[in-house]
Design a protein around this ligand. Structure first.
Ligand code: OAD
Length: 253
């Protein structure tokens, strides 16, 4: 038996006891769907880093430029599909009695894969918000006819309903995510560089409260050395392997 198989067996045995589970995902889980990560080599749009465009200052300084970036990202996301890893997490929501999925991703893939309760810490790229009235609407227009788009009712600028650097996360969502992290027995950390706060603190909270931390990421992160299980591989490969092992144990095969 390889070291990987041994680790998966050990983890599947823990999962078979039906522990309380929290999962934190980041851009890496969507990488295999063909969405560039933020800090990966393909994460740049033109010459800009996310930190330069995903801010209120950038938006109000040059809304057209920032909307072009979102329009480009919506175009990529809209043309791609969730993958096996997203589907495993959607199945686990129905399988485990206590399962909370927390994501930093704004792409909506978890919902498209069938996950129903998703705590979207950074919002959703398929929603728009009026900068004057604060009204939020679903919007899948892609590409936009008019950039930057304006509110049909009051004429003010519309913005993507996402959280930008320097802005607060939706407080209720963050509270729920923190509570789930503090009370879970197993925390999966999948495809995040564990760099952007406050999301990066959630696995730390879980570990401090005694949860087993399971990281899935082909690259080492600040969490890797302290994680109980560190799978340095792709989410779309490891999650189905764990799921298969879990099901094999249940049916006795
Ligand atoms: P990053 O781009 O910082 O990190 C993506 C992580 O995914 C890296 O650690 C990669 O090694 C890993 N990765 C790549 N391919 C993978 C795969 N197939 N399976 C598993 N992991 C893989 O993305 P985030 O950590 O999500 O915020 O970034 C956090 C936040 O910073 C984003 O939500 C966004 C960004 O700026 C805002 O826009 C507010």
């Amino acid at each position: 038996m390889s070291e990987l198989e041994r680790q998966i067996d050990e983890l599947a045995e823990i999962l078979r006891t039906g522990p309380r589970i929290a999962v934190l995902t980041g851009a890496g889980i969507s990488a295999e769907s063909g969405i560039p990560t933020f800090r990966g080599k393909d994460g740049l749009w033109r010459e800009f880093r996310a930190e330069e465009l995903a801010t209120p200052q950038a938006f109000f300084g040059n809304p057209g430029l920032v909307w072009q970036w979102y329009d480009w990202r919506r175009g990529i996301i809209g043309a791609k599909e969730p993958h096996a890893g997203h589907y495993v997490l959607a199945r686990w929501e129905r399988h485990f009695p206590d399962f909370v999925l927390i994501t930093q991703n704004v792409d909506g893939f978890h919902r498209r894969a069938g996950s129903r309760n998703v705590l979207e810490l950074h919002g959703n790229i398929w929603e728009i918000r009026c900068t004057r009235e604060g009204t939020i609407a679903e919007n899948t227009e892609c590409p936009f006819r008019e950039i930057p788009p304006h509110c049909p009712s009051c004429g003010a600028l519309l913005r993507p309903n996402v959280v930008w650097f320097g802005e607060s996360l939706p407080s209720e969502t963050l509270e729920e995510a923190t509570a789930a992290s503090a009370t879970c027995e197993v925390m999966f950390v999948i495809g995040t560089s564990a760099y952007v706060q406050p999301a990066a603190s959630l696995p730390v909270i879980a570990a401090e409260r005694g949860a087993k931390v399971v990281e899935i990421n082909p690259e080492p992160t600040p969490l890797s050395s302290t994680a109980d299980f560190s799978f340095q591989a792709k989410a779309g490969e490891i999650l189905p392997l764990i799921d298969e092992r879990l099901l094999a144990g249940r049916t006795g095969t």
